[in-house]
Design a protein around this ligand. Sequence first.
Ligand code: NAD
Length: 277
Amino acid sequence: MALLDGKKLAGKIIRDLKKQVSRRKKKPVLAMVLVGSDPASSIYVRRKGIFCEEAGIISKTLRLPADTSEKKLLAIINKLNKDKNVSAIMVQLPLPKHINKTKIIESIDPKKDADCLHPENFGKFVQANEEYSIVAPATPFGIVRLLEEYKVKIEGKHAIVVGRSNIVGKPVAQLLLNRGATVTVCHRHTKNLAAFTRQADILVVAAGKRNLIRANMVKRGAIVIDVGVNHVGKKIFGDVDFGSVSKKASYITPVPGGVGPVTIAMLLWNTVRLAKK
Ligand code: NAD
């Protein structure tokens, strides 16, 4: 078993971005909007700020109270859209229940959409022309970068994706499909999940359920990508039982230190790309 070291790859991407940013007169600016005080979201935003600093990107965090109205949030995004000094905007999800997530995502100028969530960007991305879309969803793009970094062949493989969200499951399935994998997407309504996961050459798990995947659900030699983040006290666990599955897998991502850091690195990659455009 070998580790797919996301921390190491993120460091490499950040160093490359730093070089690109140092050549630019005007530094890219990432505006992050955080509504409420969800502890996990606060940690993510802080970490993104630290990564920005390392890459020479200016980050601005707008911390808004949990009872911020949808109207007020839309007005803030509109202001950021118009602000010529802001290169990219990221609204930290999840949002409080009284705010319509779709409305907020659609209000972000597609030319400043750091997360590739806007339907215009997501649509271009799904059309399988990755060069044509300016940005890519950060987590899926990070996963593929990680596989490429370790020279894992994707073409011809059977990839099983567990989870079908717009930010992970669907776009990662799309990226793997674009690279020639045969892709099966499983989710909470899938009957007999193990029958599918056992077929996976590449298994991507993004369900948010600790220990969902155990060793008896994985084929020997499989490549296992654990996207899950489950907070237990101050510790973080993935969706895969790392102890047992790592004995069967040929490659596996650790949690923490796998998909998480690469996701942030790719968010900054999107930011630099948007600044250049
Ligand atoms: P989500 O809640 O939007 O989607 C979860 C998906 O998992 C759903 O499609 C659901 O059908 C499926 N699912 C849930 N229980 C299942 C089960 N028992 N069997 C099969 N499928 C099941 O979540 P998301 O936003 O896609 O995130 C998934 C996980 O990945 C979370 O733990 C999240 O914190 C984590 N995440 C990590 C990163 C990172 O950078 N590491 C980025 C995004 C999300």
